[in-house]
Design a binder for this molecule. Structure first.
Ligand SMILES: [Zn+2]
Length: 251
């Protein structure tokens, strides 16, 4: 027996499914990340528009026997179409979607809110793409339970000095003191970058994106967090393989 269900959700991924249909991956508030078939999505102009980055209230059929979802309708909150006007913003948004798919394990309402805000800000503040990206990864580490407080080493518990450069523990996937670090990581976090991450941990997403950050510091922290994202996903992020997000800021 099919059931009608609905949830706020964002389309993370969309691919062809048979001749006329599409298979979507939705990050939903109520059901986590789910696969949804959109029938006739390629045929009819009247079919429900659900492109990648679309934020909407989705109305679905759920078949509890087959455990699959079918798209019935969607009430769009935001399409985020403007993001596609620019290549680096497009890559940035695709990176967010891919990172959520590959880390799939956080609390889905929090992750939905994070992505919804990130996509809204990519539309509203195109010049702050790098800060939006930095804060997305920084905030996601908190939702995934990977964030450390950056004031003391999580392994030996020693308080960091004010000017100390943090190293990285590959086994725990987090920053630590140089004595506890894995030799091979090469992940170094300078004191200025650490202060910025600690300061912005206490702020809201929008507020932290507006915190002033020099172009050099922005680039350094961004590349650190992109490498961090590669580490926590086992180096599998396709959106980072082109090198577009690692390039300098367009300011
Ligand atoms: Zn230590």
């Amino acid at each position: 027996m099919e059931r009608n269900v609905s949830s706020l959700a964002i389309v993370l991924h969309s691919q062809r499914h048979g001749q006329l249909n599409r298979r979507l991956k939705l990050l939903s508030v109520d059901f986590g990340i789910i696969d949804v078939i959109s029938y006739g999505a390629r045929k009819s102009l009247k079919s429900v528009k659900a492109e990648v980055f679309t934020d909407a209230q989705f109305f679905l059929y759920y078949n509890p026997v087959k455990k699959d979802y079918t798209l019935k309708d969607a009430q769009v909150v935001a399409t985020h179409d403007d993001i596609r006007d620019d290549l680096s913003r497009t890559y940035c948004a695709l990176f967010f979607c891919e990172l959520l798919l590959k880390t799939n394990g956080g609390e889905s309402a929090g992750e939905y809110q994070l992505l919804s805000t990130a996509l809204d800000m990519l539309t509203a503040f195109p010049k702050r793409t790098d800060q939006i990206l930095i804060q997305f990864v920084h905030r996601l580490t908190d939702l995934l339970g990977l964030r450390t407080d950056l004031t003391s080493c999580p392994i030996c518990e020693r308080l960091y000095g004010e000017k100390e450069i943090l190293s990285f523990s590959s086994s725990l996937s987090c920053p630590c003191c140089s004595a506890c670090a894995s030799l091979d990581s090469g992940m170094l976090l300078p004191p200025g970058a650490r202060r910025y991450l600690v300061l912005t941990s206490k702020l809201g997403y929008e507020e932290s994106v507006l915190v002033p950050l020099s172009p050099t510091a922005t680039q350094r922290i961004k590349n650190y967090l992109l490498r961090y994202a590669q580490i926590i996903t086992g180096g599998t992020l396709k959106t980072l393989s082109a090198g577009i997000l690692q390039e300098g800021a367009d300011q």
